[in-house]
Design a protein around this ligand. Structure first.
Ligand code: 5GP
Length: 213
């Protein structure tokens, strides 16, 4: 098979949102494994690190003062308060990657997605993942077992709030089966990479085709 022709393009921002427990984190991890050109945006957060989480890999864990400083210096592309804690997306890493044609995966909520849309709509591809039903969602939150019963109850009550924002997203995928859901999100990413407006090198490429060079 002939080697692929790489046409210069701008990177895209793939956002995955869902209520906690809908399987978004698993989908995100698998996608990152499948696609070496996809990079996770590591958020900053003021919440406590959970067992198994690693600073710099899952989040940058910072205190409220450092978070405020980042806002004041305009170092966050978006930020929001979710479940009593603050979360935000560091700007610099994202902008550098987009400019060199690398794609970025975001695991952020609807508030962050709205802000990204306002700031960079043409780079944004937003996907909302729905659970197959609410009982399944509760079961997943319990079996995850990293949070207290109180936190689980709070997340359940927040789930329907989060779900109410489904219609603001470009794509909606039901996670009734992890493999199927992953395949659908992967298909979205592959198709979105081919959108004409991202292909900065297309004009040159077509010109060279027509000129026979
Ligand atoms: P968790 O504390 O379970 O890791 O995340 C709680 C929620 O915060 C999830 O819905 C997650 O998508 C969202 N979240 C994580 N990082 C960010 C961020 O940088 N910005 C926004 N807006 N939401 C985030």
């Amino acid at each position: 098979m002939r080697a692929p022709i790489n046409i210069n393009r701008r990177g895209l921002m793939l956002v995955l949102s869902s209520p906690s427990g809908a399987g978004k984190t698993t989908i995100a991890r698998q996608l990152l494994e499948m696609e070496s050109d996809l990079h996770l945006s590591v958020s900053v957060t003021t919440r406590q690190r959970r067992p198994g989480e690693m600073d710099g890999r899952d989040y940058h864990f910072i205190d409220i003062e450092a978070f405020r400083l980042m806002i004041n210096r305009d170092e966050l592309l978006e930020h929001a308060k979710v479940f009593d804690h603050y979360y935000g997306t560091p700007r610099e890493a994202v902008e550098k990657r987009l400019a060199v044609g690398q794609d970025i995966l975001f695991d952020i909520d609807w508030q962050g997605t709205q802000q990204l849309r306002q700031r960079a709509e043409s780079d944004l591809v937003s996907v909302f993942i729905l659970p197959p039903d609410m009982r399944e969602l509760e079961k997943r939150l319990h079996t995850r077992a990293q949070d207290s019963a109180e936190v689980v109850a709070k997340r359940m009550s927040k789930a329907s709030d989060e779900i109410s924002h489904w219609a603001e997203y470009d794509y909606v995928v039901v996670n009734d089966d992890m493999e199927r859901c992953l395949a659908n999100v992967h298909a979205i990413l592959r198709a979105e990479r081919l959108k004409r407006h991202r292909g900065q090198g297309l004009v040159e490429f077509v010109k060279s085709l027509r000129e026979g060079l």
